[in-house]
Write a new protein. Structure first.
Length: 407
């Protein structure tokens, strides 16, 4: 006698129903769905679970990761409503992101490389940076956390890397209701890795350094500084581990003064200089101080520089911090302009998502006016090619900069 089990249909996927007329951004393929756009969740979903995104008229629009703790209630995985979000999906997406880098000749031979740039690579909350044979992975959203194992497996297969280290320890995880996590996911060994970047040897602390250990987005801008530095006196503010400073020395700067408030960062900067015996260490000076205070002190001493680099940390993580951040940006740029010799250049940056490029230019222009300097923009600066920006997601262009020359 054969016994047949009663057939059970699989449970329906939870649906995120949008408010009336709140589907425009999704239709335009913007990957974020804010709490104010959500009418209700039909069905049950835990943080990170995949939900169907549905317009108020019942039209399926996308598949997204649900995040009940965040103001960004869902992040879209796919705008193909029929897409199946599974291990194979992440395998395809990770492989495609890596292939995009391989297709760009300017990235060939780079030992430090961003492999996955979150939303701009179709993987919200996923950052992966490669340093030689080591990949550093940061997962910052509930959806990325849910698919951790699939993402790690896909990275291992797509890159053939020997080691993967996790740096999911940024404050943004708390906004998603997630605890910080860090440590080896594949392989083990020293957390200090060494790469070559445009002729300079650099040590990277993937466990204790900022972000994933280094700011790969500034690679091209560091190289640009090197091309401008011959015979120049350079001031590098917020120097971190010395990336800009070493490129300036490589380019033939007569003196490079580097300022940072972190003594551990300066220790590593000095170590990085020692890794490059071809550079004249007597031309480098390292200063452990507040940049705001040191700029004022240098002005009081009557110092002048041919090139000044201002690459501060994120002053405005969101738009609500923009006004306060604007004051800080204006302060450092004002003093930067006053310290420039005639014909000098200011390389000034903002990595604050809450400060757009138009607003940033307005701040810098105000600083130049108050400093009494006549200026012009020589070049607009941005992140390197391995940090792409999806056209539908302008928020991905967080790094913006200006190369400004004074009379």
């Amino acid at each position: 006698m054969r016994i047949f089990k009663k057939y059970q249909t699989p449970p329906a996927m939870p649906q995120l129903i949008l408010e009336s007329d709140k589907d425009h951004s999704v239709v335009r393929h913007h990957p974020w769905i804010f709490s104010g756009a959500v009418a209700r969740l039909s069905g049950r979903a835990r943080a990170g679970d995949t939900v169907e995104v549905v317009s108020s008229r019942g039209k399926l629009l996308a598949k997204a990761a649900w995040s009940p703790e965040s103001q960004i209630r869902a992040r879209v995985w796919s705008f193909d409503a029929d897409e199946i979000i599974d291990d194979a999906f992440f395998k395809r997406c990770v492989a495609a992101a890596v292939a995009r880098r391989v297709a760009l000749p300017e990235l060939h031979g780079q030992q430090g490389l961003r492999l996955i740039h979150a939303e701009s690579d179709g993987l919200p909350g996923v950052i992966a940076d490669c340093y030689g044979d080591t990949v550093v992975l940061a997962l910052t959203s509930a959806g990325a956390e849910k698919w951790r194992n699939a993402i790690v497996g896909a990275l291992s297969k797509a890159t053939g890397c020997a080691r993967i280290y996790e740096r999911s320890d940024s404050d943004v995880r708390r906004l998603e209701g997630l605890e910080p996590r860090s440590g080896w996911l594949l392989g083990d060994g020293s957390a200090i890795v060494t790469i070559h970047e445009n002729g300079v040897k650099l040590g990277i602390d993937i466990a204790g350094g900022h972000k994933t250990g280094f700011y790969l987005d500034q690679r091209d801008n560091r190289l640009l500084l090197g091309t401008l530095a011959l015979g120049k006196r350079v001031l590098n503010c917020f120097c971190y581990t010395g990336g800009f400073s070493l490129q300036a020395l490589t380019g033939g700067a007569t003196q490079v003064i580097s300022i940072d408030s972190s003594e551990p960062a300066l220790v590593m900067a000095r170590d990085n200089l020692a890794l490059n015996p071809q550079l004249d260490a007597t031309r480098a000076e390292w200063c452990n101080a507040s940049v705001f205070d040191e700029l004022r002190r240098l002005r009081e001493l009557g110092e002048r520089f041919d090139i000044i680099v201002l690459d501060p940390p994120k002053f405005a993580p969101s738009a609500k911090h923009a006004e306060q951040a604007a004051r800080a940006y204006k302060d450092i740029n004002l003093h930067g302009f006053k310290l420039l010799a005639p014909g000098g250049m200011l390389m000034t940056y903002s990595c604050s998502g809450g400060i757009g490029i138009d607003y940033f230019q307005k701040i810098v222009a105000g600083a130049a006016l108050d400093a009494g300097r006549s200026t012009r923009i020589v070049k607009r600066l941005q992140g390197a090619a391995d940090h792409p920006v999806a056209l539908e997601f302008p928020e991905g262009e967080y790094l913006k900069g200006l190369l400004v020359q004074v009379d």
